[in-house]
Design a protein around this ligand. Sequence first.
Ligand SMILES: O=P(O)(O)OC[C@H]1O[C@](O)(COP(=O)(O)O)[C@@H](O)[C@@H]1O
Length: 276
Amino acid sequence: MIPLADDAITRDDKALILAYDHGLEHGPVDFADVPASADPETVFDVATHDAVTALAVQKGIAEAYYPSYEDDITLLAKLNGTSNMWMGEPDSAVNWSVENAAELGADAIGFTLYGGSNNEVEMAEEFRQAQEAARDHDMGVVMWSYPRGQGLKNDTSASTIAYASRLGLELGADITKIKYPGSADAMKWACDVAGKSKVVMSGGSKASDRDFLETVETAMNAGASGLAVGRNVFQRENPTALLDGLEQVIFEDKTTEEALSVMSSTETDRVDATSD
Ligand SMILES: O=P(O)(O)OC[C@H]1O[C@](O)(COP(=O)(O)O)[C@@H](O)[C@@H]1O
């Protein structure tokens, strides 16, 4: 059987992508609550958890830190990105070529498309070049499909998010990352119209363990293939505990309740081990 381009970044056809491009997209303010998270090594260590199928970073972080982790982490090269200081219509600079990412050992590329932005046409053309180059290198293609721009009143409405997931299929993404559209029905619609492009949910700002796991469980039951998450993992004092829980919900089809119970027994074992 011919391997699918996204095989390297999935496990049982599901994905848990740890995103760590926030230093560029939002700035160091995202590291303020857990200062250790500003150190890429802290997050690379977290990404060695079995549940993480790929770590998405920008070029500079990959060049400086990935070589020490290449045996333990699957690299997803986030090719474009823009700082929060950019005040224009949504756009994203292409900071990294597919060829350079492949040389560094990346197994997949990630690319943001702001559908609905005045820059959509140019971004779609840039995506096309990256997608075709990724195919030449047998790399998986993940689209961060985030409709936004001055013409869009509500960028997480059911119809907008369904449009976002469909754009991933239409333009050739193996995996399309969308924001949660607020309900199980809306998520199901977005997953249904994405066809063979697997849908993963974007994590969003930090929520409680229970609330976050419940949203992930709802998304999985609606047809999602996993999660691409950043702040909800690295903004926790104990990111590994949440990854233990996410592993249960995403890969073991467990409920939030079951996942929380695994998290608390693993934590008890950890505390016992440190006090021995
Ligand atoms: O475009 P936004 O909403 O500012 O969020 C962008 C960030 O969200 C992500 O897509 C996912 O990260 P989070 O789980 O922290 O939301 C990151 O890759 C990116 O830096």
